[in-house]
Design a binder for this molecule. Structure first.
Ligand code: FAD
Length: 381
């Protein structure tokens, strides 16, 4: 067993962290933002190789495996306080580009992946419906076969990047009798007649990720838009969720690292009762708990990614890693607010935004309860 990074990995991480910090400076002038991300930010992520980290170099990607991709996203999450931007990039890459690369035809990949890597294209993953959240086995959205393709009808209720997206990866029922084998995945350009993104949601956090419902009304998509084959939708979705549940949460591990640093700095410099806050065991032990959550999540994350790179199913490791990173991020953000006291509650101090940005990690990519269900199944319970 070797817990060390190679010189190349260290160098790539250092360069990425530096580039991210330079491109997205912290502090009142920079983050946390209240507006949707700008296309210039998106292009900057593209130039840094982040939008195509695990995509083939022939499309402009960096061609990294899961472990190295996660390490880059940890650097992005640590260096960029705008977690909404980190989340938007992760959803684009792991829930859209990854399944497109794995299951798309050569034509589909040549059409979309270069722009998705460079940052010219924004993608949104449209799975969730009003009646299909944790349980996506019965989708109301239908795809009816017609000459040369399918006609989509339905409404997706929560699509991150939805209002900004140029393309959607979406899922519909093609055979209602066939259970999970009756779903099909499609790549649908946002300007296809019948596709409409709704008003952007007003959200608790991740303010820079625009999100909305997306409606598909009598929307014709050609056969070439199918990912894999008709009936493979559940397989495509599970593959994308494996990547998302591991690598998207690397960004939250990066956030946890930043929070340990932030809380430590504050506790070292703030004095009460004639002592630094670090002189109170209640405070220093709280920071130790934060560091323990960070290191646990990190180890589980890299273990899960290592399994993925070995070609193993990694279901248990990925579920545990997602749980540790999301629950740990919320706990660490709340602890950081406590340690910063009243200042921590003020918007201008920046720590309260970390808490608001951490909370939704308990929900997306499968809630904590669903991760525990998946883990229980893997444990044979
Ligand atoms: C910020 C954010 C971004 C998102 N982005 C996207 C996106 O880009 N694309 C997309 O398709 N969706 C997206 N979603 C939707 C997300 O995937 C769903 O919210 C999530 O899957 C949960 O579904 P639900 O909200 O319908 O909750 P429900 O499924 O109704 O769950 C409600 C509660 O019941 C619990 N529960 C449900 N079933 C079980 C069970 N079997 N055992 C134990 N507990 C259970 C849940 O854990 C939860 O606590 C996003 C959500 C958020 C918050």
């Amino acid at each position: 067993m070797d817990f060390g990074w190679s010189a190349d990995q260290e160098e790539r991480h250092r360069r990425t962290l530096e580039a991210v910090r330079a491109a997205f400076p912290a502090g009142p002038a920079g983050r946390p933002p209240r507006e949707p991300f700008a296309r210039t930010d998106w292009a900057a992520l593209g130039r840094m190789g982040l939008l195509g980290a695990c995509l083939p170099d022939k499309y402009g990607g960096v061609g990294l495996g899961a472990l190295d991709t996660a390490r880059l996203y940890e650097a992005l999450g640590e260096g960029c306080e705008d977690t909404g931007l980190v989340f938007a990039a992760s959803a684009h890459l792991f829930a859209c580009a990854v399944p497109l690369d794995r299951f798309g035809s050569d034509d589909l990949k040549s059409r979309w992946l270069p722009g998705m890597c460079s940052g010219e294209v924004v993608a949104g993953n449209a799975m969730t419906e009003d009646e299909a959240g944790s349980d996506v086995s019965r989708l109301r959205m239908t795809a009816v076969p017609v000459a040369g393709g399918h006609v989509l009808n339905g409404r997706k209720s929560f699509v991150s990047n939805g209002p900004a997206a140029d393309v959607f990866v979406t899922y519909a029922t093609t055979d209602p009798e066939a259970g999970h084998l009756g779903q099909t995945a499609f790549v649908v350009p946002a300007d296809t007649p019948g596709v409409r993104a709704g008003q952007p949601f007003d959200k608790m956090g991740l303010r820079s990720t625009p999100a909305s419902a997306v409606t598909f009304a009598d929307c014709f998509v050609p056969d070439t838009a199918v990912l894999g084959a008709p009936g493979m939708g559940a397989t495509v979705f599970q593959h994308s969720m494996g990547w998302e549940r591991a690598c998207l949460f690397a960004g939250y591990v990066g956030m946890m690292a930043r929070l340990v640093e932030r809380a430590s700095e504050h506790a070292r410099s703030r004095r009460q009762f004639g002592r630094r806050l670090t002189g109170f065991q209640a405070v220093s032990h709280r920071i130790v708990d934060m560091a323990m959550r960070l290191e646990s999540a990190r180890l589980l994350l890299y273990r899960a990614c290592w399994e993925m790179d070995q070609g193993r199913p990694a279901r248990l490791a990925v579920a545990l890693s997602k749980l540790a990173a999301s629950e740990g991020a919320v706990a660490n953000a709340l602890d950081a607010v406590r340690i910063c006291g009243g200042r921590g509650y003020l918007t201008e101090f920046g720590v309260e935004a970390e808490l608001r940005d951490a909370v939704p990690s308990l929900l997306f990519s499968g809630t904590s309860e669903i991760q525990k269900e998946l883990a229980a199944k893997e444990l044979g319970l």
